[in-house]
Design a protein around this ligand. Structure first.
Ligand code: GDP
Ligand code: IMO
Ligand code: MG
Length: 427
């Protein structure tokens, strides 16, 4: 009964949705454990493209149980919209369950996200504007409102009233803007909750029962290692823990329940939002990766910054999440390049290091040390087995596995389910 965590190893958008959907075929339960609708996970099934935000990528299989874990922050507006959009496209959400301990994103969180970003000026994080940071702030300040509170309207009323008073004071004093009406928020949110309150439950118990029954569990990470609040490029990070440890805290299982950790590695690197990016390419190769890889944000439509693969980052990701295997995605985007480069170290103040520094100044000044490998001219999108890939493509893959010290278990060469090469069976 394997239970597998799927984590992003870079700055998000590695293709976690595609990998989760592919592996979900043989799983029983798929769990999101952190983040909220800052995530945008694209899954292509046949001719249809789904962009999932809150709902786990297992939802496209009607019989899989899909859980929104306690570590998530949930915007009721976004949840209802997503459920309705899925239902309208014929995807049942009957098997969706929502943790009673997940925190709510309310209208004032979104407003604060926007105003606080503006206040940061040049130091702006480039958040998705979905209220993620302010909602997690309230959680750690111990004033947050949880989904369980929606089941007790009197409790919800009291907590909301206290929060709105506090936020209105802050909005007025610090930003000089009008506040919110608690009554209006209460009415709207309780109306929305009617559409999902029957799904609110203790998902840790659901998960525990599934584990005891020998079911296969997939934990679907959102964001990525370098957006992790502790392990990422702080402060240019999100406010949750996308790394594998986050799966335990964010879903209510112990570390002993996890058997495998798969790191999703895009065959090059991208980043959306601000912050240092040592291998960023501000040239025609970067533009080519953006165009061929359709590197524009799923959530905000922003162009993603693109660069070469960075093995310094990947080794770090392997260490902090204890990766047991890696899934390489978007390898086809590199088709037709004369050479491909992998960063193997950073030169900082004349010294080469293989470790990702904590200091952002050091990361900003890092000059990547590259290894250059021959590219391939063939289109690899039709490959179904490793042997179908050109020798130079395989050489690139071998070198990645060698540099990270973790075996490759899966290779993706296109958006579709059948554009996936399985190197090692997971289940
Ligand atoms: P996630 O946030 O990690 O789930 O990734 P996103 O969905 O935001 O971005 C990945 C994008 O690449 C999506 O549009 C996927 O459909 C697409 N994609 C995933 N795997 C591949 C692949 O192997 N090749 C190509 N060309 N596209 C891929
Ligand atoms: P998926 O799950 C890429 C980035 C934002 C910003 C920073 C903080 O699709 O990989 P936030 O709104 O979370 O406070 O923004 O994190 N970010 C992502 N970048 N993929 C994501 O999710 C992201 N979710 C947040 O761009 O730099
Ligand atoms: Mg994404």
């Amino acid at each position: 009964m394997p239970s597998t965590v799927i984590v992003g190893t870079q700055w998000g958008d590695e293709g976690k949705g595609k990998v989760t959907d592919f592996l979900a075929e043989r799983a029983d339960v798929v769990v999101r454990y952190q983040g909220g609708n800052n995530a945008g996970h694209t899954v292509v099934v046949g001719e249809e493209e789904f962009r999932l935000r809150l709902v786990p990528s297992g939802i496209l299989y009607p019989e899989k149980l899909c859980l929104l874990g306690n570590g998530m922050v949930i915007d009721p507006e976004a949840l209802v919209t997503e459920m309705e959009e899925l239902e309208a496209r014929g995807v049942s959400t009957a098997n969706l369950r929502i943790s009673d301990r997940a925190h709510l994103i309310l209208p004032y969180h979104k407003r604060l996200d926007e105003l606080e970003e503006m206040g940061r000026g040049k130091g702006k994080i480039g958040t998705t504007g979905r209220g993620i940071g302010p909602a997690y702030n309230d959680k750690s300040a111990r004033i947050g409102i949880r989904t369980a509170d929606l089941l007790d309207p009197a409790e919800f009323h009291e907590k909301l009233k206290a929060n709105v008073e506090l936020k209105n004071h802050y909005l007025k004093q610090v930003f000089g803007v009008e506040g919110f009406s608690a009554a209006a928020i209460e009415e709207r949110v309780l109306a929305l909750a009617e559409k999902f309150k029957d799904r609110i439950t203790d998902t840790s118990v659901v998960l525990h029962d599934a584990l005891r029954a020998g079911k296969n569990i997939l934990f679907e990470g959102a964001q990525g290692t370098f957006l992790d609040l502790d392990h990422g490029t702080y402060p240019f990070v999100t406010s949750s823990h996308p790394t594998a440890g986050g799966a335990c805290i964010g879903s209510g299982v112990g570390p002993t329940a996890i058997t495998k950790v798969i790191g999703v590695v895009k065959a090059y690197t991208t980043r959306v939002g601000s912050g240092p990016f040592p291998t960023e390419l501000r040239d025609s190769i970067g533009d080519r990766l953006r165009e061929r890889g359709h590197e524009f944000g799923t959530v905000t439509g922003r162009p993603r910054r693109c660069g070469w693969l960075d093995a310094v980052m990947l080794r770090y990701a392997a260490r902090v999440s204890g990766l047991t295997g890696i899934a390489i995605t978007k390898l086809d985007v590199l088709d037709g390049l004369d050479t491909v480069k992998i960063c193997t170290g950073y030169r900082i103040k004349g010294e080469v290091t293989e470790y990702f520094p904590a200091s952002l100044k050091a990361v900003e000044s890092a000059e990547p040390v590259y290894e250059e490998l021959p590219g391939w001219s063939e289109s690899i999108g039709a490959a179904t087995r490793l042997e179908d890939l050109p020798a130079n493509t395989r050489r690139y893959l071998d070198r990645i596995a060698e540099l990270i010290g973790v075996p490759i278990i899966l290779v993706s060469v296109g958006q579709r389910r059948n554009q996936t090469l399985v190197l090692e069976d997971l289940f």
